[in-house]
Ligand binder design. Structure first.
Ligand code: ADP
Length: 487
């Protein structure tokens, strides 16, 4: 059952290579895509392997010289048109997204809106790729710096944001003058394939954007080893990111990695409790807890612990869980059975180690399937699995701490360093703590901070590189130093 669309042609079951929509599946039977809310088959997409990937890379390489030659303003025109088309087709794109990913339609609309915003941003930013003239240490020579597109980009994207993760990579790559081969997650290929339709409609030349669905390992192996590819950009798990970085190192490709997190959300005694609970709800439950910036650990100071726990549990219990297409639903299903099993494991482990269940704790009683109850567990300890591993689901464990130093120590006690949040009304503490936290993104008294104008990315094992903002284009550029002598 396909989603009901105004433009059914946006729902594609073919891959895009060099301007041709093809169904080649050299890696095996076509891939079945199911609606995580109903378990129903949405359709099948090609199961591409190395052969198709090599062809897509060649197409991107062939399209590169002409795309690079265009002026920045010409590329910006295409990107602006693309942003407009995404906006014009927002409702259909949101429906495709909810059908394959499960998130509530309102969140899907938000994600599609963000996608348009990223593309629009890079359309503007592409015109500001300035070089430099450096004062020369020699009288008869001049030093010029230019920034050039790296070339063909290989992009691998995850299922939790099937649209906006493409926007961040495609927007920056195309604005810089690069061409791209994209492999979306197999759970959510339709949002990606719709991008192909809209890129064509925006007049982006054949081969500049290529989209493959199929065997992750085969496609990844070709993208990371083919010498025509000059950069790999990946959003997904730390485990796969490390593999890809290792493979890409053999041909010394540039890499950007947006990997896992273990986000702490710290509530100090002096926090505004209403604000903290409100921020906690979005930072924890957006996309059913399946984002790399979702809170994984709540660290709560002794004096406010009971009040915060009680308020968070109450708000969590009041959430409406259900099919993302249903009015008023704020939490959809998890992506699949494996995701549900991981949440169950973390809960069982926490309860076995002395955790106290305040609400939830089970698969959703009425809905079953991939639906899970928003869950809050008090008395969490560092011995629990949830202290170390990303749950990627609707589980909120509450750890207790005594003072600022302990909070910072607990927050940094992880190999990850993507997002963190803390709530305080003390200005000095706000500065001290934000400077001490080893993270790429810090929300102070704010639980939702992603925007196209600010750099997104992590430190430590959460990755390398930044997406969005004026910094987001750097990863797609090479710096060239030209020395002009004999003057
Ligand atoms: P998750 O656990 O959230 O599904 P993954 O890192 O497994 O995250 O997936 C993110 C993306 O990486 C998806 O597009 C997936 O298909 C792809 N992927 C998974 N394994 C590999 C691999 N070995 N090589 C290349 N891509 C992979």
């Amino acid at each position: 059952t396909e989603p009901q669309l105004k433009r059914p042609d946006l729902f594609r079951s073919a891959i895009l290579i060099g301007g041709e929509w093809v169904k080649d599946s050299s890696a095996g039977e076509p891939i079945a895509v199911v609606d995580p809310a109903t378990g129903r088959l949405l359709g099948t997409v090609p199961n591409a392997g190395r052969a198709e990937t090599a062809r897509a890379i060649e197409a991107a390489d062939a399209a590169f010289p002409a795309w690079r030659e265009k002026t920045a303003a010409e590329r910006a025109d295409h990107l602006r048109r693309l942003a407009q088309l995404i906006t014009d087709n927002k409702e259909d794109l949101a429906r495709i997204l909810t059908a394959e990913q499960g998130k509530p339609l309102a969140e899907a609309r938000g994600e599609v809106g963000m996608s348009a915003a990223y593309v629009q941003w890079f359309a503007e930013e592409g015109r500001r790729i300035y070089g430099d003239v450096i004062p020369s240490p020699w009288q008869n020579r001049r030093i010029l710096i230019t920034k050039d597109p790296v070339g063909v980009v290989g992009a691998i994207t995850p299922w939790n944001f099937p649209s906006s993760m493409i926007a961040r990579k495609l927007g920056a790559a195309l604005a810089a003058g690069c061409t791209i081969v994209i492999k979306p997650a197999s759970q959510t290929p339709y949002s990606a394939l719709a991008w192909g339709v809209l890129c064509e409609e925006a007049g982006i030349p054949a081969g500049v954007v290529n989209i493959l669905t199929g065997a992750a390992r085969q496609i990844g192996a070709e993208l990371t080893s083919n010498p025509l590819v000059k950069k790999i950009t990946f959003t997904g798990s730390t485990e796969v990111g490390k593999q890809l970085a290792e493979q890409a190192a053999r041909t010394m490709k540039k890499v950007s990695m947006e990997l896992g997190g273990n986000a702490p959300f710290i509530v100090f005694d002096d926090a505004d409790l209403d604000r903290a609970v409100e921020g906690a709800m979005v930072a924890k439950y957006r996309n059913a807890g399946q984002t790399c910036v979702c809170t994984n650990r709540f660290l709560v100071q002794e004096g406010i612990y009971d009040a915060f726990a009680e308020r968070l549990a109450r708000a969590s219990a009041a959430m409406k869980v259900g099919n993302g297409f249903e009015e008023g639903v704020v939490q959809g299903p998890l992506i699949d059975e494996r995701a549900v099993a991981k949440v169950e494991e973390h809960i069982a482990d926490a309860l076995a180690k002395g955790g106290r269940l305040l609400t939830g704790g089970r698969r959703h009683q009425g809905l079953g399937g991939n639906f899970f109850e928003p869950t809050v567990i008090a008395d969490a300890t560092p011995a629990m699995a949830v202290a170390r591993e990303e749950t990627f689901g609707p589980l909120a464990p509450l750890f207790r701490f005594r003072d600022e130093a302990e909070a910072v120590r607990l927050a940094n006690d992880t190999e990850y360093g993507l997002a963190c949040y803390f709530y305080t009304r003390d200005l000095g503490r706000a500065f001290r703590v934000s400077e001490a936290l080893e993270y790429g993104l810090v929300g102070i008294n704010e639980g939702l901070i992603t925007t196209e104008v600010a750099p997104f990315g992590g430190v430590k094992e959460s990755g390398v590189g930044r997406e969005g903002s004026k910094y987001g284009i750097d990863d797609y550029l090479n710096i060239k130093y030209v020395c002009v002598g004999g003057l």
